[in-house]
Design a protein around this ligand. Structure first.
Ligand SMILES: Nc1ncnc2c1ncn2[C@@H]1O[C@H](COP(=O)(O)OP(=O)(O)OP(=O)(O)O)[C@@H](O)[C@H]1O
Length: 274
């Protein structure tokens, strides 16, 4: 069967792997996992080229989390130029970011759009941005399985063989129930799952290293085993991570989370080659 070319498939021709990060529930750390995955893939080798796209149109948090708050997107004759998180260094930038947050005049502006307008924006993000050659394009999605997910998958249909998903959950029973809905969505749309991340899984005391199970722990791993999907790892609550991602300063690679997350990234990369 021949797959029809579209503006999106032409634009994403040189993108090797597209990783959709989703969660059943809001606030479980999907954007922070997407951001950490992009940073960690970028740090995995001096040549890895990464894109990070935020399709959470009503609550874009990527610009702040990646340290690009206040930046804007430029239009070129060949489409929108993404904002590079690693611009200004000696080597060519290789961490391209795009979010509706870069297009809003004021970051407090709200986006109140119906489905067709959201659909058009997602098509533009995929088809009108100069993504160039990428090893990985990480896509942060809104919580649940909404219009945005359906639009995304429709536009990405011609490149379906390069798609996979990472599911984020916290250990509480309610979050796990929603993560299960997210997993059944991926099955319904035939989207391969690279694995499940259990976020905010315990709190490690910075003084004594003792782990307190604030929201309990282990539920994500149990669910992954039961459902036959890889368990990518658990990320504890890390106050240093919040400071970095909320724009309070500090460098991500110096946080305890960065070290832990690199093991997750290794598994994601291994899953992508298969
Ligand atoms: N492991 C962690 N340790 C500490 N804080 C975390 C951790 N993961 C996420 N957070 C913080 O929790 C808050 C919510 O995270 P985030 O925005 O990533 O969730 P989300 O699932 O994308 O939310 P939304 O549903 O609004 O899109 C953020 O302030 C983030 O910095």
């Amino acid at each position: 069967m021949t797959v029809q070319e579209t503006p999106v498939s032409r634009r994403l021709k040189s993108v090797k792997h597209i990783i959709i990060v989703c969660s059943g529930k809001g606030g479980v750390g999907k954007s922070s996992v997407s951001t950490q995955l992009a940073l960690s893939l970028h740090a995995s080798s001096p040549n890895t080229r990464v894109g990070l796209l935020d399709i959470d149109l009503t609550g874009p948090s990527l610009p702040r989390m990646i340290g690009l708050d206040g930046h804007g997107v430029h239009q070129s004759s060949d489409g929108w130029v993404p904002v590079y998180a690693d611009a200004g260094r000696e080597e060519e930038p290789r961490l391209a970011c795009m979010s509706i947050g870069f297009l809003l005049k004021n970051k407090g502006d709200s986006v109140v759009w119906r489905g067709p307008k959201k659909n058009a924006m997602i098509r533009q993000f995929l088809g009108d941005v100069r993504w160039g050659d990428l090893d990985y394009l990480v896509i942060d999605t809104p919580p649940g399985t909404s219009d945005e997910h359906i639009s995304l998958l429709e536009h990405l249909a011609p490149v379906h063989s390069r798609l996979s998903a990472v599911i984020v959950t916290t250990p509480q029973a309610v979050a796990l129930l929603d993560a299960m809905k997210c997993l059944s969505f991926t099955r319904a749309v035939n989207l391969p799952v690279l694995g499940l991340v259990e976020n905010m899984s315990g709190y490690v005391c910075p003084c004594c290293g003792e782990v307190s199970n604030v929201f309990s722990t282990g539920g994500g791993e149990e669910m992954a085993k039961r459902e036959g999907v890889p368990f990518l790892g658990r990320m504890p609550i890390d106050p240093e991570l919040v400071t970095v991602l909320d724009g309070g300063g500090g460098e991500y690679h110096k946080t305890p989370s960065a070290t832990l997350f690199s093991a997750i990234t290794t598994q994601v990369m291994a899953g992508c080659v298969m």
